[in-house]
Design a protein around this ligand. Structure first.
Ligand SMILES: Cc1ncc(COP(=O)(O)O)c(C=O)c1O
Length: 1003
């Protein structure tokens, strides 16, 4: 591997947008023409209304790399990692990646689409998620599986919160101390400052399993327990007594949350969690990491948080208290069977502070890939993998324990394919010695429990990536360290009650058939490759192929996050450099790289705020967060999740203090000032989106920051709209203490049909000591990791969605100092150009913002006369905006963001990706839409007309949710498009209007 460059699997010169400088669609002539139309002289003039004391004049980063240089560079970095024969598992086991995953990851219609808000134009994504939900349901036995949550750790926290909601008057969750330590750290970080109490149930030092007697004592003596969370296979590899634990929970009327490894639930594997308990009643919730169902270790992410809950005759309601998105089967208005996001979980955060979770972007595409991969394996594939893994693990135990001083640590406890050895030497030294000999020998688990202190423990994992030869290599390494003096220990037998007896009946489908099927599904979505994808606030810009190429280099994908530091220098370089890149971009001195989405970045920010206030002895006093009403729903949802529940106590407000907008669209600073006069000492911070969700820059931001700092509070800036200001504004000068950068917006990682996203959080000097997770440092040319002095904890077991950091890093390298600025400038120019033209025919919002300079996006609405015409033709005003969104689908475009942040608004964000010609063509369409509505408002009753399905019956979908089907032989049917989107985009506006009218009349 060292020194080689992996060939590209695409032809950049054949792609319309791949080789454009900085991936910007407008050329110099386009830029000059647009500036001229706007009466501006230069790109800098776009920011003339913003005070120069908050601007940066240049971005302190190197010049961009040319395409060829970039290919070489990312290969060189990947080649700095050492890929060795590895026995690392520890909650992120390494299995073979099936041959369908690569091709499915290359389907742009699936990878680059947004969350399936518009079911009529998103059956592709919805169907892939449906398959995932159904197959995970078959594996686990759980009737309801969502698609999906971030990863196992945060998923466990969501499950624990769900238990608190379900068990009346409960406050406490008991967690097994045999769960992975990284997961325990994440849930405890989340629970700090909230009403959730966590009690750890101890291990039995002899068995290496949860101490059931101690658990009984805890349950007998602890009031208000909601649930027990426990692993099926624990962090020593031992299989827990799951039946006893679930029975204990049932008998105590509390919830049981089983944490499992989905791979081990295949045919011939372990018992499904829906069957746990002596009576087979099953656990109440299941939580798992599913990353390895789909992809390789990728230095720890993107992960896939699997969550399931019972949904059967005995319990149809618990599901409504859960977090995450569910795809449900429903019908369109013509009775065609189809899929849609259901249960108001469509976007948890729309319910703001009442949301069950703050999650917005999730790990959708990993779920898609996992579904395809499960079909490629089928029952036979799972069984073969499990048989091989188990057999090799049994042989390994027997062989390795023949060496002097090497013993199976927990001789009486059954394991499946991962086990813990006791060594006669220091484990850490042994691991480094092994690394020098070409082996990643296992994970050091010596210090997991005080009850088992002072022993040298090593955990090894065996899967289908290992051959007999790999085992021989391992044995030979042990042989070079220890004498073979004794008979080996046999692997303890697994009791039959712990094993699966039935089959999940997952069909094994030919890889070619799977790929062709997913390709067809990809065609049912839209991609920003095709043309403007005007979803405001979502920044649907071009996702360069080279980013995916870099992220898929084997030198990155095959790296386990727990490999010795000398083997992961390439990955650490990416993390170090991305820290530096975002310091330069934000102007802030610190960077957190753990958050896997914008909303998680918000939580990271608020948890750092809490740690800061606690450190200053003001933890209890700072109990208010100020948030504008126009904020994205994740802001209030995050504040609530962080522990700022909104309530009135003795006439005093706790939690979220809401700030209204002024008629020009900016926040009402006078209202904030008033509040600070009386309650400043109680303010923990503010959360303000800038530019705001109306596309307007908050010109008083700096003054606001100064006021907040003066009363001891902190400033969070929601950076979802960085695409307008990156490289132009210095956030340090603006007074920002924490800001998230959604990598899946400004920084070009694909949206994946809803995720995975990722977020880099910039932090001010006030918060440097409280940064969660680890920081990468460079010393004498080598990279290492350190933990900040007063770290507020951890939000990810490893380094966030690492593969996405490679994508963002590659993009920023392609931009360099000049490209970052130009990207923002042209994004703003494109939006302002469109706004200038469309505001001549459409009224805009906020109503009194008039011609106030818009940044990267703007909001259109209809005149009162048009609303009246539409109402008179039978479409109520409350439905009109959503229906116009559907009319965009008839023109081959995705809908703008409808009814957010203004109920009667269509928010349009063009980004810098498109040429002036494309912007003009899009404007023609938007104007034609208005003309059509004015002349034939009745068409809104039947929109959309050309998608595979008509409008979805959402009432039916939510009333009687159908969440899975048993997929045992063939794949669910695909309903074809009535007219292909590409054909629609290539038709003239006049032809389309005729086609739409005809289709309307035929309804
Ligand atoms: C303004 C704003 N804030 C926060 C978020 C949440 O980001 P994420 O989806 O990455 O969690 C979004 C996402 O659309 C957003 O537009």
């Amino acid at each position: 591997m060292k020194g080689t460059h992996t060939p590209l699997n695409y032809h950049p010169e054949k792609l319309k947008r791949e080789l454009k400088p900085f991936y910007i669609g407008a050329d110099d002539k386009d830029i000059n023409d647009m500036l001229k139309t706007l009466g501006l002289n230069s790109l800098d003039d776009l920011y003339a209304h913003i005070s120069s004391d908050v601007k940066m004049t240049s971005v302190p980063m190197p010049k961009h790399l040319a395409y060829e240089e970039l290919i070489g560079h990312v290969n060189d970095v990947a080649n700095k990692n050492n890929i060795k024969t590895s026995f690392l598992g520890d909650g992120l086991p390494q299995y073979k990646v099936t041959d369908v995953v690569g091709p499915v990851c290359d389907i742009r219609g699936l990878t680059t689409a947004y969350t399936p808000y518009q079911p009529e134009r998103s059956q592709g994504t919805l169907q892939t998620l449906w398959i995932y939900q159904s197959l995970v349901s078959q594996l686990t036995g759980f009737e309801a599986v969502n698609a999906s949550l971030y990863d196992r750790s945060t998923c466990l926290y969501e499950a624990m919160n769900c238990a608190l909601r379900l068990v009346k008057d409960s406050t406490t969750v008991v967690v097994a101390n045999t769960l992975y330590p990284g997961d325990l750290e994440v849930i405890e970080t989340h629970a700090k400052e909230t009403e959730m109490k966590i009690v750890r149930a101890p291990i039995n030092a002899q068995t290496g399993k949860l101490d059931i007697d101690a658990l009984k004592r805890i349950l007998n003596t602890t009031p208000q327990v909601a649930a027990v969370a426990f692993p099926q296979v624990n962090h020593f590899g031992n299989i827990e007594s799951v039946d006893e634990i679930v029975d204990l929970c049932s008998n105590n009327n509390i919830k049981s949350i089983a944490v499992v490894d989905p791979m081990l639930l295949g045919r011939g594997g372990l018992k499904a969690p829906a069957k746990f308990g002596v009576r087979g009643q099953g656990a109440d919730m299941v939580v798992a990491e599913g990353q390895h169902l789909a992809i390789g270790p990728n230095f720890g992410g993107p992960g896939l948080g699997i969550f399931g809950i019972r949904y059967n005759e005995q319990d149809k309601v618990s599901i409504r208290s859960t977090a995450g998105r569910y795809v449900g089967k429903t019908q369109d208005l013509k009775g065609r069977e189809c899929k849609a996001l259901i249960l108001s979980t469509r976007e948890q955060h729309i319910r703001r502070e009442k949301a069950t979770s703050n999650i917005c972007s999730n790990q959708s595409f990993v779920a898609t890939a996992a579904g395809a991969s499960m079909l490629a394996r089928g029952d036979e594939g799972f069984e073969a993998t499990l048989k091989h893994s188990r057999a090799l693990a049994e042989k390994a135990v027997e062989t390795l324990t023949q060496f002097e001083g090497v013993e199976l640590k927990f001789k009486g406890s059954a394991f499946f394919n991962e086990f813990t050895l006791k060594l006669p030497v220091n484990t850490s030294e042994f691991i480094h010695k092994a690394s020098a000999a070409g082996l990643q020998v296992g994970v050091d688990v010596s210090n997991r429990h005080t009850e088992i202190a002072g022993e040298n423990l090593l955990m090894l994992s065996f899967t289908d990536i290992h051959s007999e030869k790999d085992l021989d290599k391992l044995v030979s390494f042990f042989g070079s360290n220890f004498e073979k003096t004794k008979g080996g220990s046999p692997a303890p037998k697994i009791q039959s009650v712990m094993l699966r007896t039935d089959a999940p009946e997952i069909p094994r489908i030919d890889s070619k058939e799977i790929i062709a099927y997913y390709e067809k599904l990809g065609k049912q979505n839209l991609s920003p490759d095709d043309g403007i994808y005007p979803l405001g606030s979502c920044t649907m810009k071009y996702n360069p192929y080279i980013n995916d190429y870099a992220a898929s280099l084997p030198g990155f994908t095959n790296v386990h996050p727990q490999a010795p530091v000398e083997d992961i220098q390439g990955c650490l370089e990416i993390l170090f450099e991305i820290q530096e890149q975002f310091k330069a971009i934000t102007g802030l001195p610190g960077v957190v790289t753990q958050a896997v989405a914008g909303a998680q970045g918000e939580l990271v920010g608020l948890k750092m705020f809490q740690a800061y206030h606690r450190d200053r002895g003001e933890g209890d006093q700072r109990n208010v967060i100020i948030i504008p009403r126009s904020a994205h729903g994740t802001n209030p949802a995050t504040a609530t999740m962080a522990g700022y529940q909104t309530k009135m106590v003795e006439g005093q407000l706790y939690g979220i203090y809401t700030v209204e907008a002024l008629s020009n669209g900016e926040m009402n600073l006078a209202q904030i000032k008033e509040f600070l006069k009386t309650d400043g000492h109680r303010v923990a911070g503010v959360m303000v989106t800038n530019p705001n969700t109306a596309g307007i820059f908050e010109t008083q931001f700096k003054e606001m920051s100064e006021l907040i700092h003066a009363v001891g509070g902190l400033v969070y800036m929601d950076g979802a709209n960085m695409n307008a200001i990156a490289g132009i504004l210095d956030l340090n000068k603006l007074g920002v203490d924490a800001v998230h950068n959604n990598l899946h917006k400004t920084w070009t990682i694909p949206h994946g049909g809803g995720g995975p996203g990722d977020a880099i959080v910039g932090v001010s000097h006030r918060l440097l000591d409280f940064i969660p997770g680890v920081q990468v440092v460079k010393k004498d040319g080598k990279y290492d990791i350190v933990k900040p002095a007063k770290s507020c904890g951890s939000f990810h077991r490893h380094f966030g969605n690492f593969a996405h950091k490679i994508r963002a890093y590659t993009y920023i390298k392609a931009l360099g100092a000049d490209g970052v600025r130009k990207m923002s400038q042209v994004a703003v120019l494109s939006a302002r150009y469109l706004h200038n033209r469309l505001s001549k025919s459409y009224p805009t919002l906020p109503a009194e913002a008039g011609s106030a300079p818009r940044m990267h996006e703007f909001i259109l609405t209809l005149s009162p006369e048009t609303f009246k015409k539409v109402e008179a033709s039978g479409t109520p005003k409350t439905n009109t905006i959503a229906r116009i969104g559907k009319l965009f689908l008839d023109f081959g475009f995705h809908a703008p963001t409808v009814a957010f942040p203004e109920q009667y608004g269509l928010m349009i964000e063009p980004t810098e990706t498109y040429s002036k010609k494309e912007l003009d063509q899009f404007s023609d369409v938007v104007e034609t839409i208005l003309k059509l509505i004015n002349e034939h408002p009745e068409v809104l009753k039947t929109v959309p007309h050309f998608t595979p399905i008509d409008r979805v019956d959402e009432v039916l979908a939510n009333k009687t949710p159908v969440l899975t089907e048993k997929i045992t032989d063939h794949l669910p049917d695909i309903i074809p498009d009535r007219v292909d989107s590409e054909r629609l985009r290539n038709s003239t506006a006049g032809d389309l209007c005729e086609l739409i009218l005809k289709a309307h009349q035929n309804q």
